[in-house]
Ligand binder design. Structure first.
Ligand code: KG4
Ligand code: ZN
Length: 349
């Protein structure tokens, strides 16, 4: 794929067919992590910095967009400098050696996205390199290329705070969403149920931890029957609410509720993934997105190895928001934007 330097308009080949080593620096700031990475040839991470705002938002029980945007501003220069430092130490790479600069365009919180995207565009202008805008969801998928030799085609389950999708990845740049949630996303369901039973923010990981202390079969929660490869989690959330209300507040069997909820969600997801796989001859399946960090969902996905599939899941640090996945996406995915005028967007287009 040919991109152009921003001032001198020189052509630059980017991607697996470019015939030389690419070093892409990417910035991610779509929600509450300010992140900067430099990745060689879409797979080898030579710098990776993440500044998390979890502690700031924990006191409010959720992400406050205005505060998040301000914290991105405070962190952005520091993390860029740190990434350049790591690249020099780890691989002898200087800013002038960067092939292109990339930034997350959306979906995400607009005020937050603006900070990282403008920083990435500015770097591309200053160093006269191409700029590549990246879709955050595509980037989550590409987290699976980091430190692996995974190549399409494969089936992907993308589970995050805002999305739940089954994606048929035919090639690096041809991806088709073949199933998705008709209401709540998986991470959203986790966070809402966590709040309902009184677990602190961030709810998803806390609920996951608590589930290990409970019996997954203590309560039979309903697995929604939705058309084809789609999902629905709002009925499950209501069922948990009803269950919680049926107990005295001081005697809530929290661990059993967590374990039963986790069992229901993970089974639902795996059933649909298996169904999607059965319609193809793919032998590879991947999981991506923040909820890919969930222990039970990972376990059930890896159980597919017993059925002859190769299963990929990013290590924890590349499941939650990071910029290495954005750099990988800029390298592999020719569907990315390259226009310096590209604007941020908040929802899936
Ligand atoms: O992908 P991500 O970092 O942000 C979005 O792009 O949405 O995902 C964040 C979501 C949150 O809902 C969080 O609660 C959930 O991922 N999450 C988990 C776990 N770790 C993160 N949910 C369940 N179990 C976990 N271990
Ligand atoms: Zn994300």
């Amino acid at each position: 794929m040919t991109k152009y330097t921003l001032f001198t308009n020189k052509p630059v080949e980017i991607g697996p067919d470019s015939g030389y080593d690419n070093y892409i620096m990417a910035i991610e700031s779509s929600c509450d992590e300010t992140a900067c990475s430099i990745v060689k040839n879409g797979r080898e991470v030579i710098a990776n910095v993440v500044a998390s705002q979890i502690k700031t938002h924990a006191q409010f029980g959720g992400v406050i967009p205005e505060i998040a945007a301000r914290e991105h501003l405070d962190a952005i220069n520091i993390i860029i400098e740190e990434a350049f430092k790591q690249a020099k130490e780890n691989a002898g790479i200087d800013p002038k050696d960067i092939t292109a600069f990339a930034g997350t365009v959306g979906p995400g919180l607009v005020g937050c996205l603006l900070v990282g995207l403008n920083a990435a565009k500015t770097l591309a202008l200053v160093y006269d390199k191409p700029f590549i805008g990246v879709n955050h969801l595509n980037a989550h998928l590409c987290g699976n290329y980091l430190d692996t030799d995974l190549k399409p085609p494969f089936m992907a389950l993308l589970v995050s705070g805002g999305h739940t999708q089954i994606i048929d990845v035919e090639s690096y740049s041809k991806q088709t969403i073949i199933g998705e949630t008709i209401d709540d996303a998986t991470g959203e369901a986790y966070d809402k149920v966590a709040r309902l039973i009184g677990l602190p923010y961030p709810g998803g990981p806390k609920l996951d931890k608590m589930a290990h202390e409970g019996n997954p079969y203590a309560f039979k929660l309903p697995e929604a029957h939705v058309d084809a490869l789609n999902f629905s989690f709002s009925g499950l959330k209501t069922a948990v609410l009803r269950l919680v209300k049926s107990f005295d507040k001081d005697n809530l069997p929290t661990a059993d509720i967590c374990a039963s909820f986790q069992e229901c969600v993970s089974s639902t997801l795996i059933h649909k993934v298996k169904k999607a796989l059965s319609n193809t001859d793919y032998k590879q399946v991947v999981i991506a997105g923040g909820v890919a960090a969930n222990s039970e969902i990972r376990k059930k996905m890896f159980d597919l190895e017993k059925e002859g599939y190769s299963v990929f899941a990013p290590p924890m640090k590349y499941c939650t928001d990071n910029a290495a996945m954005v750099a990988s996406c800029a390298y592999f995915n020719t569907n990315t934007f390259d226009d310096i005028d590209v604007e941020v967007f908040s929802r899936v287009k």
